[in-house]
Design a protein around this ligand. Structure first.
Ligand SMILES: Nc1ncnc2c1ncn2[C@@H]1O[C@H](COP(=O)(O)OP(=O)(O)OP(=O)(O)O)[C@@H](O)[C@H]1O
Ligand SMILES: [Mg+2]
Length: 246
């Protein structure tokens, strides 16, 4: 393979997810999506358009309703047929892939309230049996969290907690980071600062990042590739469909 050929991490073709509740149906359709190693991808759209749904499909958290092709290349492990893994209900295999290769910054922060900041950041490393080293301290320095390391999440501001969530997603050195509105609950000024810090950190580490956000303006300045999406609603409002590709 020539050195210039980009390594494809995600390849999706005709993948769909339908979610229904209380007579309302939402459908996400992905006719075609390809994400290469080192890319920085943004999914920008209004509330309810399916950003979290797509990220959860890419993190193997949600099972797709239909799959034409869904493959994932996890470095040394080679290409994995994610559609087949779901069909065979290989949930442990999917969870293991996620743990080993991905960091997830959740929309709600998702910190464990009973663990201090150090242990929250160290969680993924501990779960993977990685040795104790200075990773957590170094991340805390970069994220401006050193004086908070031995506090519980409750004692931190929202922006500080979001920085902890970013540290936790990075600590086990994943190849991919999926970030669902990592700056959703802070003011626009803080959001811009946290997002620049976050993108700077993933760039430095050559991590592939997929980030969902409402705010395109400052994300554009950071050089992310925006996925195209189109949402339409039925006239009675009971059916919504979003088509994403890129
Ligand atoms: N567990 C679920 N069961 C049924 N429908 C769901 C479920 N979760 C989400 N939905 C619906 O799927 C649609 C897309 O939701 P999703 O959370 O992906 O949107 P989003 O773009 O992330 O929105 P936000 O910006 O508010 O986070 C919404 O209409 C939502 O009501
Ligand atoms: Mg969401």
């Amino acid at each position: 393979m020539p050195a210039s050929t980009p390594e494809i991490i995600y390849q999706l073709k005709d993948v769909a997810k339908t979610r229904s509740s209380n007579g309302y149906t939402f459908g996400l359709r992905v006719p075609s999506l390809r994400i290469c190693r080192g890319e920085k991808i943004a999914l920008i759209g209004e509330s309810g358009c399916g950003k979290s749904t797509l990220l959860d499909l890419l993190a193997f958290i949600l099972q797709p309703s239909d799959v034409g092709d869904f493959s994932f290349c996890a470095g040394a492990a080679g290409t994995v047929d994610i559609g087949a893994a779901w069909r065979k209900q290989k949930r442990n295999r999917l969870a293991a892939l996620r743990k080993a290769h991905m960091g997830y910054v959740m929309q709600t922060g998702g910190l464990l309230p009973y663990l201090n900041i150090y242990d929250n950041i160290n969680l993924s490393r501990r779960m993977l049996g990685m040795p104790a080293d200075d990773t957590v301290e170094n991340l805390a320095k970069e994220l401006g969290l050193v004086r908070h390391l031995y506090k519980l999440p409750d004692a931190l501001s929202t922006g500080e907690r979001q920085r902890v969530a970013i540290g936790r997603a990075l600590a086990h050195r994943p190849a991919i980071i999926i970030a669902d509105e990592p700056t959703a609950s802070v003011d626009p000024f803080a959001a811009e600062k946290i997002m620049s810090l976050f993108i700077g950190m993933v760039e430095e580490r050559n991590i592939t990042v997929i980030v969902a956000s409402h705010a395109w303006r400052h994300i554009k300045q950071l050089g992310l590739r925006r996925l195209a999406h189109h949402t339409r609603r039925s006239t009675d409002g009971r059916m919504t469909e979003t088509v994403v590709s890129g």
